[in-house]
Design a protein around this ligand. Structure first.
Ligand SMILES: Nc1nc2c(ncn2[C@@H]2O[C@H](COP(=O)(O)OP(=O)(O)OP(=O)(O)O)[C@@H](O)[C@H]2O)c(=O)[nH]1
Length: 390
């Protein structure tokens, strides 16, 4: 069976580490020991055995001292340092792909340090482009029993879904304290959620839920969330008792099928599009280079027709301005613009400032270009062009 990756993400204190610990022991008991990756550089004790632990490669306290950073900055920097070695990490996991069915990944408690940082994206992307990858979004169920907190948390989950573009399972943890039935109901019945919101507002002595901007904001957000809920699975688990973990693993299998059918194709087409854009960008730069070196790009028939709507370069500016002002900046008076700061008694014509001959930029640029054209043999230029094209 192919190795699949589960990345555990969740708000601070939602129970990610305890969830990882339980998932690890659950999989061990089912004789499918997972490959475990620990990515929280600031954690003191980890209650499970990790195959890869970020703390072995990056010392969080040293990062704080050396770079003079606060706690969150040090977490992001530690992740940045770690992500420079991500290819080696992926290789290590790849080497073990025949021995494990699951690779489970714990992330830092400061969710934004991982989800919204460049290194978090690099790490997620690297795993997702090598193995089928699923996000487990851990929610603290008792703390989300109020409809407004619930909605805020779901909006956050929604933003993570659109950021990572990976299949997601919302895991309602701590069901030993509070059952997750209310969440299931709110996620499937729009009216039940509206009713709960109304009750909650009345309980807090706030009216106006059904009118004004708050009412319409909440209504439209709940409608948007309805669309979002249709994209994900939810399970209730207790990391203390182990309840719901079989259901969670079934949801992972389901999401892996979805990943293969939908997300993989989507990711591949995205990568292809990026590649094509990059190629087009390189072709454009090449055309500019050829133009600047005074060469015709025979191999690119589009080059000539394209040249008018290409990105702006200094030479374009020179062409446009030529004959208009001949490089002379209009005086404030001539432009009819009153500026607060001008050089007193300055006649800014022909580049004369304070009696000294100021450099005429256009002229100098033209001379430099001509010199380049003279000194660089056309053969060298062709070589450069061929090299870039390759
Ligand atoms: N009752 C109950 N408590 C839980 C459960 N899972 C976690 N906890 C408690 O929730 C608290 C936070 O758990 P952690 O696993 O440290 O949470 P975390 O998300 O890893 O925390 P950070 O990484 O520090 O953000 C701890 O006190 C746990 O004992 C659960 O299923 N039931």
């Amino acid at each position: 069976m192919a190795l699949k990756t589960v990345i555990c993400i969740g708000m601070a204190g939602s129970g990610k580490t305890t969830f990882m610990q339980r998932l690890n022991s659950h999989l061990h008991a089912a004789k499918t020991a997972p490959y475990v990756v620990q990515l929280d550089p600031a954690v003191l004790n980890v209650p499970y055995g990790a195959n890869i632990d970020i703390r072995d490669s990056v010392k969080y306290k040293k990062v704080m001292e050396n770079y003079n950073l606060g706690p969150n900055g040090a977490i992001v920097t530690s992740l940045n340092l770690f992500s420079t070695k991500i290819d080696q990490v992926i290789k290590l996991v790849e080497n073990k792909r025949d021995l494990h069915d699951y690779c489970i990944i714990d992330t830092p408690g400061q969710i934004e340090c991982f989800v919204w940082s460049a290194s978090g994206s690099i790490i997620t992307e690297s795993f997702a482009s090598t193995f089928p990858t699923v996000i487990a979004y851990i929610v603290d169920t008792p703390r989300n029993s109020s409809p407004t907190t619930f909605m805020s948390n779901m909006l956050y989950a929604c933003s993570i879904l659109y950021k990572t573009k990976l299949p997601m399972i919302v895991v309602f943890n701590k069901t030993d304290v509070c059952k997750a039935d209310f969440a299931r109901e709110w996620m499937t019945d729009f009216e039940a959620f509206q009713e709960a919101l109304k009750e909650d507002q009345e309980l807090n002595g706030e009216s106006g839920m059904g009118s004004g901007y708050m009412g319409s904001l909440i209504n439209s957000m709940s409608l948007m969330l309805e669309e979002f809920y249709s994209q994900l699975d939810m399970v209730g688990v207790s990391s203390f008792t182990g309840d719901g973990f079989d259901e969670f693993l079934n949801a992972v299998d389901k999401k892996v099928v979805e990943y293969e059918e939908f997300y993989k194709a989507e990711r591949e087409s995205l990568l292809k599009r990026k590649e094509e854009e990059e190629k087009a960008r390189k072709d454009k730069s090449l055309t500019h280079l050829m133009k600047d070196l005074g060469l015709k790009d025979d191999q690119n028939p589009k080059a000539k027709s394209d040249s008018n709507d290409e990105a702006d370069v200094i030479s374009d500016l020179e062409e446009e301005e030529e004959g208009e002002h001949d490089g002379i900046v209009l005086r404030d008076e001539d432009e009819g613009v009153e500026r607060e700061y001008t050089f007193a008694g300055d006649e800014r014509t022909n580049g004369e400032i304070n009696g000294q001959s100021a450099p005429n930029l256009q002229k100098r640029y033209q001379e430099a270009l001509e010199q380049v054209a003279k000194s660089a043999s056309s053969e060298t230029a062709e070589n450069i062009a061929r090299y870039i094209r390759q």
